[in-house]
Design a protein around this ligand. Structure first.
Ligand code: FDA
Length: 396
């Protein structure tokens, strides 16, 4: 039976990075993945350019049942550390929006960099190679793999989250955690478009494709989310960065509040009435996109062609309020097929925040998205993958 100091299951962002670092620390490392291709999620991320980190990362950018858990790993492996690695490999990048860093060329460069780091650490890489079962032994673990049984002192679970099963996502890591007595924070799709009852959504169909900056909020207390980002209307509901961000905070049955236009628009319309003969639709289109103005007036039963002086103040106030305080009740989300990330996962109360080691089973570690730490949209999830992998590798 072959023996390795460390076996890492999952050759995605966190697994590749951890395996390379552990190998470079002199450990014998085996990296296994059941998928045909390595790191598919890096490949498709950021529209093929991988938003690999964010210049401004802190615990406040993450959701977890245990919000302080991510602090230590994030502090000890920062965006500057990953940027330095990219620069050592000569990979050009640029900042797009609010500190989000993307490759100039292709996400493939990040994958090649991580594979080169693994090669430098002498990591054995078996892929595709499924793992049928794991047993605890006196010295650690035995794994029954498609290429035979291997033994190891340290087992690192880096199998990611549940989104996009067709490119390799599985619940293997969650099942293994349960097998060893770990609690799971109920997984749910996050960074995902929200959907609405078809009949309720019918009036907004015409708006599909329209994008505008809005303020969006949901939840209360520690569960409250609030973002100023672009909203995108779709045929089935709402998407765009604003809604992807808020979806991570949203729970079934909860309303989402959207400010499509500032409250001042209602006042501005009433003031304009004193001096303008323009039609209501044209006046409103000075404040919001023309398509939105037309649809909105239709849903409120207000004629777009009516001259402004003939519109009642009461109706203008109602119009302003409905735009500044639009409350919607999603009936669900686009689910695992479309989610960018899994919220929930292995409960962090039973993990050591310094080493991502199990407090229950010596030698067992969980890193990356399988852990109940979920980043906002904007490079935060990769930074968690790098930081948790680095914290774990230091302890191997
Ligand atoms: P990751 O999913 O990367 O890797 C898990 C690996 O485990 C996979 O290779 C899988 O095949 C393997 N595996 C699963 N089950 C297994 C089993 N039973 N046996 C063996 N191997 C198994 N984040 C970000 O910060 N910036 C971005 O631009 C984007 N963009 C983006 C776009 C899209 C479309 C998605 C779906 C996601 C993103 N993300 C993102 C999120 C980001 O991709 C994600 O959080 C990280 O890849 C998580 O890294 P992990 O290594 O934990 O999992």
């Amino acid at each position: 039976m072959e023996h390795f100091d460390v076996v890492v299951v999952g050759a995605g962002a966190a697994g590749l990075f951890c395996a390379g670092l552990a190998g470079q620390r002199g450990r014998t490392v085996l990296l296994l993945d059941h998928a045909e291709k390595v790191a598919e999620k890096i490949r498709i991320s950021g529209g093929g350019r991988c938003n690999f980190t964010n210049r401004d990362v802190g615990p406040a950018n993450f959701l977890s049942d245990n919000p302080a858990f991510c602090r230590s790993a994030l502090a000890r492996y920062t965006p500057a550390d990953f940027i330095a690695l990219m620069q050592r490999h000569g990979i050009a990048f640029h900042e797009k929006h609010r500190g989000q860093l993307f490759c100039d060329d292709s996400a493939e460069q990040v994958i090649r960099m991580l594979l080169a780091e693994c090669a430098q650490g002498g990591v054995a890489h078996w892929q595709p190679c499924a793992v049928a079962g794991v047993r605890q032994t006196a010295g650690g673990f035995e794994l029954d793999t498609a290429r035979g049984t291997v033994s190891t002192g340290r087992l690192v679970v880096a199998t990611g989250g549940l989104p996009i099963p067709k490119i390799g996502a599985s619940d293997w890591g969650l099942r293994l955690a349960r097998q060893f007595g770990h609690g799971i924070v109920e997984p749910r799709p996050a960074l995902v478009p929200l959907t609405f009852d078809a009949a309720l959504w019918a009036p907004f169909h015409d708006l599909a494709g329209l994008s505008l900056e809005v303020e969006v909020q949901t939840g209360a207390g520690r569960q409250r989310g609030r973002f100023l980002e672009d909203l995108l209307f779709t045929h089935r509901g709402l998407s765009g960065p604003a809604v992807l961000q808020i979806s991570s905070f949203w729970r079934p049955g909860q309303p989402v509040h959207i400010t499509l236009a500032p409250a001042a628009v209602g006042v501005a319309l009433r003031e304009a009435k004193l001096s303008s003969q323009r039609q209501l639709g044209n006046e409103l289109a000075a404040h919001v996109p023309a398509r939105l103005a037309q649809t909105w007036l239709r849903t409120l039963d207000l004629p777009a062609t009516r001259p402004l002086p003939e519109v009642r103040d009461r109706d203008l106030a109602r119009l302003g309020d409905s735009l500044s305080r639009w409350t919607v009740l999603p009936n669900g989300s686009e689910g695992w097929r479309k989610a960018e990330v899994m919220a929930g996962g292995v409960d962090t109360h039973e993990l050591d925040s310094q080493s991502l080691a199990s407090k229950r089973v010596p030698g067992l570690h969980f890193i990356g998205e399988v852990v109940d730490v979920t980043g906002w949209l904007g490079g935060y999830n990769f930074q968690w993958a790098w930081a948790s992998a680095a914290a774990c590798a230091r302890a191997l």
